[in-house]
Ligand binder design. Structure first.
Ligand code: DX5
Ligand code: ZN
Length: 216
């Protein structure tokens, strides 16, 4: 399995200090920065869009892992590419033309990810898994930070890992010191965490522990 990448979710940061929060996470050892984009339609919450990614890009060269919890993900590809997003993670539930979307994202120069909600069958991912850089298996219902990790999503991670040993498999939602082992054992190697990193007394230690457990 590919090596660990730890991607703190800036949803749990102080949005008023976004650039210093982002750079603080990189200093604490984060590999990527997870940016949660919500449109108030695909999910019942509203966050940030491409202008914020563009602004943040002026202050960091970090890998920006953008999680698009939006309807019509086709609509924002060019804006995110221009803004400096590194990875465009769209939801499989939000499009009927995943292949076309994958190609468009590739052409724009960003890496391609497909995200999947807890209740959606992993079978929907298989036809595309060799055409993408990453699959994001949600371990909570998307929309909010601070929710409880859903253990019943692990069989999806396991099944995907068995079929695609080299794929980056990302988990998002409720990842913490008491759930990381289960996720890593199932085959996840990209770990998103908001609450457990930002609320920690020592975020560096949490990031390091996540990395060691995934790589062990
Ligand atoms: C939820 C978001 C997550 C969220 C995770 O819809 O996709 O990235 O920030 O937060 P925690 O780690 O607190 O569950
Ligand atoms: Zn997310």
């Amino acid at each position: 399995m590919p090596s660990a990448k730890i991607s703190p979710s800036l949803l749990s940061s102080d949005f008023a200090q976004l650039s210093s929060e982002a750079n603080r996470m990189i200093k604490e050892g984060a590999d990527w920065l997870h940016m949660d984009v919500m449109d108030g339609h695909f999910v019942p919450n509203l966050t940030i869009g491409a202008p914020v990614i563009k602004a943040l890009r002026q202050h960091t060269d970090a890998f920006l892992d953008c999680h698009l919890m939006v309807s019509n993900p086709e609509k924002w590809v060019d804006d995110f590419a221009k803004a400096g997003a590194s990875l465009y993670n769209f939801h499989i539930e939000a499009t009927d033309k995943p292949l076309e979307l994958i190609e468009r994202i590739r052409k724009s120069g960003m890496k391609v990810g497909i995200a999947i909600k807890p209740k959606t069958s992993i079978d929907l991912i298989y036809p595309f898994a060799d055409k993408i850089d990453l699959c994001l298996v949600m371990t909570v219902e998307p929309g909010f930070g601070g929710q409880k990790f859903m253990h019943d999503c692990m069989p999806k991670v396991k099944a995907l890992r068995e079929r695609f040993p080299e794929l980056d498999i990302e988990v998002d939602g409720g990842l913490a010191l008491d759930t990381i082992e289960e996720a890593a054992k199932a085959g996840a190697n990209v770990i998103v965490a908001g609450t457990s990193i930002f609320k920690a007394d020592n975020p560096k230690e949490v990031i390091l522990t996540f990395r060691n457990i995934v790589n062990s």
